[in-house]
Design a protein around this ligand. Structure first.
Ligand code: ARG
Length: 265
């Protein structure tokens, strides 16, 4: 049995080091945008989610989000977990928007499967097996690229600005438009792995996922008007900065790997 150390970091550090020097500058430029928004925001620049609006959304105790892929399997980000193996250290909170709600469903993990070959660049996905199934709807994942366009919904319990250190106890949501890889390359250059990652955000910034939202889903409606997951919150330079879209794991690229890993978990 392999034992792992699940992510202890409140703010996973994956490829954020380069952004540090730019923080002071960007915070100043973010200010007018943030000031124009009504509080509270999610995620940065959003609004509270209604109970049952996103029943597949879960919170992970290491400070990440996730989505129910199966009733006993959560899809999250690789950088939220320490590796693959057996662990009961992660507590999954489901069925509520308010983490402090007495009706919260809390289930422990039994196993983690991190994307094979994960090295901090791309492949930012992982699965968490739950000690028992929860009776909540799951979120279907994209198996091809046709939904990698348009406007996406993101949700999470992360921070509401990049300078804050504590997340929200209430689930917050926002919508962000697709950004083509060609444009995203302008912002991130070779730090973007186009086939593994999707970008989303406004050119002027102001709305984005942020620290603590990692692992949570980015999703939209499919042609049958059902939610479908196209992304996993992964990283970005700061949060909601102009010219710095959020980077999401491109789910369709890994749909086969995820299905096989879930079946074997
Ligand atoms: N890495 C962050 C986390 O662990 C997510 C950052 C998302 N950043 C962004 N600008 N969209 O929670």
């Amino acid at each position: 049995m392999t034992s792992i150390t699940p992510g202890r970091r409140r703010r996973p550090l994956v490829r954020r080091a380069a952004a540090v020097g730019a923080v002071a500058l960007a915070v100043a430029s973010l200010e007018p945008v943030a000031a124009a928004q009504a509080a509270p925001s999610p995620v940065v620049g959003g609004t509270p989610a209604a109970q049952n609006e996103f029943p597949f959304m879960v919170h992970l105790s290491m400070g990440c989000g996730g989505a129910l892929y199966k009733k006993d399997v959560v899809l999250t980000a690789a950088h939220c977990v320490g590796g693959s193996g057996s662990t009961t250290r992660i507590t999954v909170t489901a069925g509520v928007t308010d983490l402090n709600s007495t009706s919260a469903i809390k289930v422990k993990s039994t196993k983690v499967k991190r994307a094979p070959g994960y090295d901090g660049k791309g492949k930012d996905w992982a699965l968490i097996k739950l000690a028992h199934p929860v009776n909540l709807p799951t979120l279907k994942i994209a198996t091809n690229s046709r939904y990698n366009r348009g406007v996406f919904t993101v949700a999470g319990w992360g921070t509401t600005k990049e300078t804050s250190h504590t997340g929200s106890t209430k689930l917050l949501k926002a919508t962000v438009p697709y950004v083509p890889d060609s444009m995203c390359r302008w912002n991130y250059g070779n730090r973007l792995t186009p086939k593994d990652e999707l970008c989303a955000g406004y050119p002027q910034g102001g709305v984005d996922t942020c620290q603590g939202d990692s692992g949570g889903p980015m999703f939209r409606k499919d042609d049958a008007d059902h939610w479908i997951q196209v992304g996993i919150v992964s990283w970005g330079d700061g949060c909601a900065r102009p010219g710095a879209p959020g980077i999401y794991t491109q789910v369709d690229t890994f749909a086969g790997d995820i299905a096989r890993a879930a079946a074997a978990l």
